[in-house]
Design a protein around this ligand. Structure first.
Ligand code: PGA
Length: 263
């Protein structure tokens, strides 16, 4: 059975003491929930102290990093390599739209990062998503991109992001479908829409890696997921979990996401 996964992306939030309190509460609450894998992605400097809090956790709770550089070491001021994160985290988010937009990360860089994360034995959570909502009409409407254009955003991100990956390596990939227009806006996609795009992603994965491998890859939805709307996504056949930003900072809310995906 495909694993269900709930990922909390804390982004650039929490002081150290807030991070420790949040991690402790989540560890205690999540240990009571079975049948879902949960990944916490705190800010980089809190990874080690949070790892200590989670030291005696159950296997279903993992730690993830929000990014990693692809070179093992060297003169790269400010960067932290996937090799350095090995042994601290099991997952690394790669290609988040905020990295693409704010840090101008290219497809090529994202692809290098994916390879580095896999090489170090961790799982890469590759984030992909269209900039504006996919419309059902093919003609340009009020200046917004057509469905074909938006769909090609996602396929380009998949083509380029997963370039050169083998069928074996793709077992270390999770896809997070995150429509950029839904991130942090309070305007989540509806479940049917998100499932439709997840289906397109699954088809792409099937063409590229074969049906068996594609079936095993978790596809998450991300973008303004809350305790209120999570059931909408949990009920969709192609959506295997969520990647949450804002909701991951609130214990009650994040636990609700985990419960919704517990199998
Ligand atoms: P959000 O962020 O849940 O706050 O919209 C999601 C994300 O950026 O991963």
């Amino acid at each position: 059975m495909r694993q269900h996964l709930v990922v909390g992306n804390w982004k650039m939030h929490t002081t150290l003491s807030e991070a420790l309190i949040l991690a402790t509460s989540l560890r205690n609450r999540i240990s009571e929930i079975g049948g879902v894998k949960v990944v916490l992605c705190p800010p980089l400097p809190w990874l080690v102290p949070v790892a200590e809090i989670l030291a005696h956790r159950k296997a279903q709770l993992s730690l993830g990093a929000q990014d990693a550089y692809y070179k093992e070491e060297g003169a790269v001021t400010g960067a932290v390599s996937a090799a350095m994160l090995k042994g601290i985290v099991d997952y690394v988010i790669v290609g988040h739209s905020e990295r693409r937009r704010i840090f101008k990360e290219t497809h090529m860089l994202i692809n290098e990062k994916v390879h580095a994360v896999i090489k170090e034995g961790m799982t890469a959570i590759l984030a992909v998503g269209e900039l504006t909502r996919i419309h059902h009409q093919e003609k340009r409407h009020h200046g917004r991109p057509t469905r074909t254009e938006a769909r090609s955003d996602i396929t380009t991100q998949l083509d380029e992001g997963l370039e050169g990956l083998s069928k074996k390596e793709v077992a270390q990939i999770v896809i997070a479908y995150e429509p950029v227009w839904a991130i942090g806006t309070g305007q989540a996609a509806d479940g049917v829409y998100a499932n439709h795009v997840a289906q397109l992603v699954r088809k792409w994965l099937t063409r590229r890696f074969g049906a068996q491998a594609a079936l095993e890859i978790p596809i998450l939805y991300g973008g303004s997921v809350t305790g209120e709307n999570v059931e909408e996504f949990a009920g969709q056949p192609e959506i295997n979990g969520v990647l949450a930003g804002g909701a991951s900072l609130k214990v009650k809310e994040f636990v609700a996401l985990c419960l919704a995906f517990a199998q």
